[in-house]
Design a protein around this ligand. Structure first.
Ligand code: NAP
Length: 317
């Protein structure tokens, strides 16, 4: 059965891709680079020695480097795949070791803060192309990745006006070959859009699961026992990596606070509808939201299978 990624490239796009941070995203990039022949050589580095050993065992790279400095030597593409809060320090460490003309890109879920912390630390003769693949799961670590993670998903590039056109074209070609659809937008716009589509929903999930866990009257076992009724989907989102999400909220503060303000106002309006028996208001909103899900399915960003396609045959609800 075909995986949908199409044939290997006849000519690799890069000589050496260096991946820094080999978790879900970094390891998926290693896998799709191998599967599609996007680079002649993959060099990997992760700050965690256990992860480095795992990367060796899984055969995800040609070379597992002992340091970020060593990893970037001879690279024509460096992809920063660590949590957003670590990007600036990594850029500072690797900067003196980058060859002129190297393309540096990232996968961070926040763009304006990453551009600020990374671009200022890189030498002028290096091209920085900020990127965010809008694809992921709630799992982390190198074993969680898979080659088709980016297939038919969006990868948003947020180039600054002075970006090198050739570097931008090469990164676009890389993500396209990895199966993604590439879209460009301003970093601040990206951060606002992602605040409402991804960051605030995660915050709500963390909050609702935290609230349920704190409730004295609903014991832990009852929360688990009756979790099928909607709560379970929140627990999936709320199990996402704590470091990654802490960094996202601390680095996308203005946009998240703005969207959280709007969300809170709408929540109060819903509370009022319930208090005043406004069934029509509730019905109208729920009808509108149902239509949004249909559009997402039509655009191929979700499956129409019950329970997001995750339901197992033995599941009962
Ligand atoms: P992950 O599975 O937790 O992997 C991140 C890896 O980077 C970990 O092994 C971590 O090691 C390592 N790391 C941390 N600091 C480092 C440093 N200074 N140098 C080298 N390695 C370092 O995370 P992920 O889900 O792949 O996310 C990585 C990036 O992708 C984040 O910026 C995130 O915002 C972005 N992203 C994630 C998703 C998603 O759904 N997961 C989607 C799109 C974009 P330790 O565990 O020891 O810290």
């Amino acid at each position: 059965m075909t995986d949908g990624l199409g044939p290997r490239l006849e000519t690799p796009l890069f000589e050496q891709v260096t991946l820094i941070g080999i978790g879900l995203i970094g390891s998926s990039l290693a896998r799709v680079t191998q599967r599609k022949g996007l680079a002649t050589r993959i060099v990997a580095y992760d700050s965690d020695p256990d992860v480095r050993a795992q990367v060796e065992r899984l055969g995800l790279a040609d070379v597992v480097a002992p340091s970020a400095e060593k990893a970037v030597q001879n690279a024509d593409l460096v992809l920063l795949c660590a949590p957003v809060g670590a990007m600036g320090a990594i850029a500072k460490t690797i900067a003196p070791h980058l060859a002129p003309g190297t393309i540096v890109s990232d996968v961070g879920s926040v763009k304006a803060a990453v551009i600020q912390s990374v671009a200022s630390r890189l030498p002028e003769n290096v091209h920085f192309v900020p990127a965010h693949p809008v694809a992921g799961t709630e799992y982390s670590g190198p074993a969680a990745g898979f080659a088709t993670l980016f297939l038919n998903r969006w990868c948003i590039l947020t180039p600054t006006p002075e970006i090198d056109a050739q570097a931008l074209a090469r990164i676009t070609a890389f993500w396209t070959a990895a199966g993604a659809n590439v879209e460009m937008m301003k970093a601040t716009h990206h951060d606002l859009v992602l605040a409402i589509t991804s960051h605030v929903p995660h915050l709500i999930a963390y909050n609702i699961v935290g609230t349920a866990a704190d409730l004295e009257t609903v014991t832990q076992s009852e929360v688990i026992k009756f979790s099928a009724g909607g709560f379970r989907d929140f627990t999936r989102i709320a199990s996402s990596d704590p470091t990654m999400w802490r960094d996202i909220f601390l680095n996308n503060k203005p946009a998240v606070i703005e969207m959280l303000g709007r969300f809170t106002e709408d929540l109060i309006a819903l509370q009022r509808m319930i208090r005043h028996d406004d069934g029509e208001g509730l019905f109208n909103l729920f009808t509108r939201t149902r239509a949004i899900r249909r559009t997402i399915i039509e655009q191929g960003q979700e499956t129409a299978a019950p329970d997001f396609g995750r339901r197992q045959p033995e599941d009962t609800e």
